[in-house]
Design a protein around this ligand. Sequence first.
Ligand code: PLP
Length: 413
Amino acid sequence: MTKPHSEDKSGQAKRQAIPYGRQNITEEDIRVVTEALKSDYLTQGPRIASFERKFADYTGSDYAVAVSNGTAALHLSTMALGVKPGDKVITSPITFAASANCIRYCGGEVVFADIDPETLLLDVNEVRKLLEASPKGTYQGVVPVDFAGRACDLESFRQLAKEFDLWLIEDACHAPGGWFTDSTGAVQNCGNGNFADLAIFSFHPVKHIAAGEGGMITTNNEALYRKLLQLRTHGIIKDNERYVNSEAFATGEPDSETYPGWYMEMQELGFNYRLTDFQAVLGESQLGRAESGLIRRREIAQNYLDAFAGKAFIKGQSGVVQGHAYHLYVIEVADRLGLYNHLRSQSIFAQIHYIPCHLMPYYRQFGWKEGDLEHAENYYRHCISLPMFPTLTDDEQNFVISCISAYFEKTEK
Ligand SMILES: *Cc1c(COP(=O)(O)O)cnc(C)c1O
């Protein structure tokens, strides 16, 4: 798998920069996109339904709705679930801001609950504490996030949802192909709709499946599915059975008993959140390689784990977790800034995921402050995401590992 390196004057191999994540576009991807561009459909056409069907099958859900990006998927989800001003919704502070912002788009209030410092996921016990501290009906929903690719225990969240009458949106952007085992021993795929009302995915280039931009919502709820289709296209429907206005109005002829071909109705306030056909074929082509990508991600995780096993400078290494989709490989170190800068000097672009959402200036205006969420804030001071993507070569990974080990061996003497 090793790429040949050109040598510079000192005889040292010159390396390409190594990012923390990178998309992989194959000749086959290019071929299918080119073919789609030559077809009659540029925006939403027949390839959307095909991608949706395949994605639903991949996750094991009944329905899938393709949209323009993961943020649009979150926004349509909060709309479809009827979030309104004053609604309180709980999510994790260790996530991309969109997981929380989608609640604000509908005027709801975001309540952050702390993470479990072991799993780095929204702590179901912290959520329970919040729910039990207020009268039932105070909170309307929870957005658990499969952070880094590790599947949330959605069975426990569903139990809470039942007790407290909540809806659940699973933010599975990091976890296509991830899974957890429920209390009966059954494997539950991320986004399969068995526990969450809706699950959302992103096809941003740094995620597992790249479509330029793109997103997907999966569900087993037919009513929500129909609503999402409608909201994706301005709230417009084209369905003779469901029109509000009369046939006479529609045709302009008082005796009409049928609707004319042009007729459609905007029944709700929706958006244009459509995916294009050429993005859908790219997504579908990438989906075909999702399993091999996952296998490679787990291999890379195992390599890091083996390399750092027993090293005192790494705090958080939870081992290779079953069902983890490894969007990110995160370690926690004491001297995070030093390591980040050292890696940059070697053209290794590690990244930080995430600056806690509740301490973003936007959320501070609602009263969130340092000290509110101890585990999330402590994690943020130490975390760093190492290069993790299927086309990372063994040679590149070994270089990353040796740079990290060398840095700590030097600074710890
Ligand atoms: C990427 C991401 C999103 C947003 O997806 P976009 O396609 O970039 O809009 C939302 N939540 C999480 C956890 C993400 O990683």
